[in-house]
Design a protein around this ligand. Structure first.
Ligand SMILES: [Zn+2]
Length: 281
């Protein structure tokens, strides 16, 4: 059977926002802010040139679109705060583009139990944050009240209970995958957990290629979502990796470079079967 490999370049344009929100209440660091400025200017320009050279339609999750406002963690917000951030983000996005946004990517891929419900309420069709599957779209489940958190201060009988069945929502999930994300291995961020940053890009490329090769072997149709940031991938140490990886991808028949909304539409129309899950009892 003919292979169909839908490659999505999902670009999180974090800019300065990710540095303005320091996560711990400390003041923003001017040196870090300059990294955001590099991303929004130099890095983005290099990526746009690269996408243009290879005829790639990428997906941009922008700060004035739906990737948070100051890169806040949804799981630390109240539901009211999440709704306010979503409303403001949509307002800014519409002012900028004249359109209602179709997708959302949670900053840090950090969602709350009510995030899917909020997306449904605001008419957001797809999300690129969760990881039930690493290469197939699916309808997102809302964790909601389905789990009892492990509270060590309470009798175990209060939390030794099975996870309940999740509610499946109308939100299409475009798979997220930390193992195809440029930030942790390639962007040093001293003091921030999870950001090593000094991995050899050739090693990262090998990890990306190995994943692609496995999926290409195992699936007739699959989605390969690459999550990158202009302030990381736009660096002179990383752009050559993208050029080499692109040559690798182009050696495979059936590769299409598509935006996330295209995957959403294909899945909704039944042209990609996607995945379903058993979640709880
Ligand atoms: Zn981000």
């Amino acid at each position: 059977m003919t292979k169909r490999a839908l490659v999505c370049y999902c670009v999180d344009v974090d800019g300065c926002a990710i540095w303005i929100n320091t996560q711990d209440g400390s003041k923003a660091n001017a040196s870090n802010i300059s990294r955001g400025i590099f991303g929004a200017n130099v890095g983005l320009e290099r990526l746009l040139k690269f996408f243009g050279q290879h005829d790639v339609k990428a997906t941009f999750f922008t700060k004035n679109g739906l990737h948070g406002y100051t890169h806040e963690r949804a799981s630390l917000l109240t539901e009211d705060q999440q709704r306010k951030v979503m409303a403001k983000s949509i307002e800014v996005y519409k002012d900028f583009t004249g359109k209602h946004p179709r997708g959302w990517a949670a900053p840090y891929w950090d969602v709350s139990p009510v995030s899917m419900q909020i997306m449904e309420d605001f008419g957001i069709e797809y999300d690129h944050s969760l990881m039930h599957h690493d290469c197939q779209p699916y309808y997102a489940s809302d964790v909601g009240e389905s789990v009892v958190h492990t509270d060590y201060s309470e009798d175990p009988d209060t939390w030794m209970v099975p996870m309940k069945q999740h509610r499946v929502t109308k939100v299409v999930k475009i798979p997220a995958n930390w193992d195809v994300d440029d930030w942790p291995p390639l962007n040093p961020a001293p003091g921030r957990a999870g950001s090593h940053g000094f991995v050899n890009p050739r090693d990262v490329q090998q990890v990306w290629e190995d994943q692609f090769s496995y999926l290409y072997e195992e699936y007739d149709t699959f989605v390969y979502c690459i999550s990158i940031h202009p302030q990381v991938s736009g660096k002179s140490k990383v752009m050559p990796m993208h050029q080499r990886f692109m040559e690798f991808l182009k050696k495979h028949d059936g590769v299409e470079f598509v935006p996330a909304e295209f995957v959403c539409d294909e899945f909704k129309a039944g042209r990609i079967s996607g995945a379903t899950f058993q979640m709880g009892v």
